[in-house]
Design a protein around this ligand. Structure first.
Ligand SMILES: O=C(O)C(=O)CO
Length: 395
């Protein structure tokens, strides 16, 4: 998800979204929630809702009518999104086409009136979670539209007990997150961050032999988690003539494997032993919590690099610190950690064989827009009783 830090240079829009996160205290640590490993029915979200009729204020309106008063549209509470910046102006405009947008600030200032209006919650950042207290205060809430694929921050069971549906955006995130995986792999392989540091300090003596990287082309990539993002990574890796191994709960169809030249490893251990780059693309669930620990890191080649674009808690970070310190593996490149961000004195931040980015897998202007569109389509589908493109269910 987009982290405010990454965009801190952009223009703030003070009142567009609420700053307060009071009503959404974190009840469940990410690792304890049900995760997005839930059963999902998926319909192509591109079947857009051209006109979405709603019953509002006793009469049916259509969102295709441009003159509809904002108050007549179904109310959406925009959950706290941390920092505010220019790119979000477009998001607000998008939401306002279909919803009466209610910020957290507005909600907290006028809870009595606002709570009745709110039929959906749009979760922009995947950090804030939604607690029982908030749900109890929203009698007309029907859907929580998560912008992003991972819903490990939401207690799906508790939410479904309120009769509220949860949706996510698997289509919009796949390409940008796969791009991020490739970016981290290439950056780590070619020591891009160290290279930048040298380039900006001309006093540093630089001999290419001191900064040698490893090659991605023709290397072996092991993908753990071959869902839509993992598959997109494989498609990209094929262009680098990489040998592609994958491990997944379910084997992909033969034609899908052949299309990207991927070989299935039934045992994750085999993949770990053979790969030059291991990329984690799994959902965070109780089963994948600390999936990569001391034992697994010990199986990897000393020349191998671990890349994580899923969730931080999929790796046992203490074990990773040790493996990197002792050079049990060559390097790591992480877009996700726990917590996020890491505290300044965290041992991972003291290592020079690691690259860490602040969870920016989908932080592109296009992705943010597409995720919002996908979330809106989901929420509108719930409110209008149509088939829901991407609903997530508790296990
Ligand atoms: O979609 C998500 O859940 C992400 O974290 C993308 O980076």
């Amino acid at each position: 998800m987009l982290r405010s830090k990454a965009f801190s240079v952009l223009k703030p829009i003070p009142l567009m979204f609420g700053q307060s996160n009071l009503a959404c205290k974190c009840m469940h640590p990410a690792i304890a929630s049900h995760g997005h490993h839930c059963h999902r029915r998926s319909v192509d979200y591109r079947q857009r809702y051209k006109t979405c009729p709603f019953s509002a204020g006793g009469r049916t309106i259509s969102t295709s009518q441009t003159q509809v008063m904002a108050e007549e549209l179904p109310g959406v509470l925009v959950l706290d999104i941390g920092g505010t910046h220019g790119v979000l102006e477009n998001l607000a405009a998008l939401l306002k086409k279909h919803f009466h947008l209610i910020t957290m600030k507005e909600f907290l200032e006028n809870k009595k009136e606002m709570s009745k209006k709110i039929q959906s919650i749009f979760v922009f950042e995947c950090r804030p979670t939604i607690d029982q207290q908030l749900l109890e205060s929203l009698p007309n809430l029907k859907v929580i539209g998560n912008s992003g694929v991972g819903v490990d921050h939401l207690d799906l069971k508790m939410i479904s007990n309120f009769g509220v549906k949860v949706t996510n955006t698997p289509h919009a995130v796949a390409d940008p997150t796969a791009d991020m995986g490739m970016a981290l792999m290439l950056a780590s392989a070619r020591r891009l961050v160290e290279g930048c540091q040298i380039a900006v300090s001309p006093e540093t003596k630089c001999f290419a032999v001191d900064w040698m990287g490893v090659e991605v082309t023709r290397a072996t990539l092991g993908i753990i988690g071959m869902g839509s993002i993992g598959y997109k990574v494989a498609q990209r890796a094929r262009a680098f003539n990489m040998k592609i191994l994958y491990h997944n709960r379910n084997r992909r169809r033969k034609d899908e494997e052949e299309a990207v030249g991927a070989h299935y490893c039934e045992k994750m251990e085999d993949l770990l032993q053979q790969s030059d780059f291991v990329m984690l693309v799994v959902n965070l669930t109780p089963e994948t919590h600390k999936l990569i620990g001391k034992k697994e890191l010990g199986l990897m080649k000393p020349t191998a690099t671990l890349i994580n674009i899923s969730r931080g808690a999929v790796i046992d970070q203490d074990a990773l610190v040790e493996a990197l310190q002792k050079k049990i593996i060559r390097a790591a490149a992480l877009d996700v950690t726990y917590p996020e961000p890491l505290p300044r004195d965290h041992p991972l931040l003291k290592l020079n064989n690691i690259i860490i980015t602040p969870h920016i897998g989908t932080a592109t202007v296009h992705a943010i827009h597409m995720m919002a569109e996908e979330a809106i389509a989901n929420m509108l589908a719930v409110l209008s009783g149509q088939p829901i493109p991407s609903e997530v269910f508790p296990k």
